[in-house]
Design a protein around this ligand. Sequence first.
Ligand code: URA
Length: 194
Amino acid sequence: MHTWDELNSFILHCGGCPLAQTRRLPVVGKGDRHAAVMMIAEAPGAQEDIEGLPFVGPAGKMLDRLLAGAGLSRSDVYLTNIVKCRPPGNRDPHEEEKNSCMPYLRYEAYLLRPQIIVCLGRVAAQRIISADYRITRQHGTWIRRKNCDLTAVYHPSAVLRDPSKLEAAQLDFIKIAEHLRKLLSEKPDVPERP
Ligand code: URA
């Protein structure tokens, strides 16, 4: 694999785990392929499964609201999921499903070389940042790994389910935007390939 097109073609024809039997469409990442920010969520939901695009359902509207509140839009980020096919009934993806999809995510990160990675929600944070990540306690904190800054925020669906999380999510998005502006105003620093 060398290009985005090749990567997406692999994903669109993937039969690597049992989700291939129940999905309608795989959902490939979308956004600016030169973005400094990579946002990683857990898995497509019902509307994403129908359209084959990330965050086109209600969670997507909340994501747009959080981005806009920080002066950002989807064109400023690259948006993807750990698992590219919808788990039935929106259950959490199983370990084997995440493992099967990880090479795709690694390749997306390789092609993009993000300076900032934002995990949207617990499932992504536990896979990408640390297995014992506690989203309620640790959201909005940063770690640095291989020249890339990583953080996690509440998943937009969690904010929809529990509006008391909205303010914290808004503040975290504002901090992400500030961090991005600071990085972009400094000398461009090309991160190592992950
Ligand atoms: N929720 C996710 O985690 N990913 C999507 O693409 C949509 C909803």
